[in-house]
Structures are given as structure tokens and as C-alpha cells.
Design a protein around this ligand. Sequence first.
Ligand SMILES: [Fe+2]
Length: 182
Amino acid sequence: MSYTLQDFCAEIHEILVAENNADGREKVHQKLEQLLGNETFIEQFCGPDKPEGVYKLNEDPTTGAVVLCHVMGEGAMSPPHDHGASWAIYGQATEHTVMREWYRTDDGSDDEDISLEKNSEYRLDPGQVGLFNPGVIHSIEYPDNARFVRVTGVDLDRIDRKAYNLKHKSVKTIRAASADAA
Ligand SMILES: [Fe+2]
């Protein structure tokens, strides 16, 4: 029997209810590797006929964890950003993603005059999984037709995050979308 999306969602529910911490995230990491081994899942959600877009595959009402499928078109490089208080676990389905982690080297007092340095860089190939812990500044770069599954601790639209502009040496806060926003 293949390891299905339903199996994955049920198992990460149990894991995160018991351990919504570093140990739990390591277990979710392993489960996502298992899910990426299911060729039917990859074909259905990340196959060549899937139109570009970001698809929410599941949101756990108890833990808040969200499973998304990102079907990218043209290759791109994101600016450095964080996910606020949420962690994110990325699992590569097709092509690859270069993952970079950054840290602020200024004293944090002026959001219009920041400096970032790269901490680490690694590449995810199909079947591989990477983790960004809460608050970690990161960026991703991928070629055309890259597709990946992403699990976040919560729906990122509901929390404040930060986006960094390397050219202008600035940072801005992306506010949580309020429940009554249009
Ligand atoms: Fe991100």
C-alpha cells in the first residue's frame, strides 16, 4: 500500500498534538519523505498537467498545520523573508530548490538600513525535505516547473512575517490578514 496524503495528514496530526516542537518537526520531516515516495500522489498533485498555482491540501483544525502544494511555472528567486512564529518543512517533488538561510548582522535598530549575511545554502532534489525553524530568515530559488509540498505550523496568512530587501537594505512587516479583511 502506498503512503497517501490522508495517511500523512493523520500521522502528522498525531505527531504535532503530542510534540509540536523540534522532535515533532523531525518526525514530520521523515513522514514527508515517505509521502514524496508515493508516485501516485506526486502525479496527482504535482504532475505535468497540474496548472500553476498554490493548492491547500489540508489544514488541521486542531494543530493549525497546513499542507500546501506549490506548482511553479517560471523559475524564480524569492527575496529573503521569515515566517514569523511558524516553521516550514519543504519537500521537493519535481526539479529542485536551492534553500538559503540568512541572518541579520546589523543591530536591528533601523529597518531602513539592515544588513544580511548568508548562513547556509543547500539544494533539495526530488524526494528530499528541508526545514526552516521559526523566525529563520530564508530564501528559495528554483528553475522552471519546480514543484514542492510545503507544511507550515500555521496558516501564514494569519501571522505577521517579515520580508527583506537586499538592494534597498530594508525590511518590512507583512501583517496578518485580519478575519474581516476583504
Ligand atoms: Fe518561506
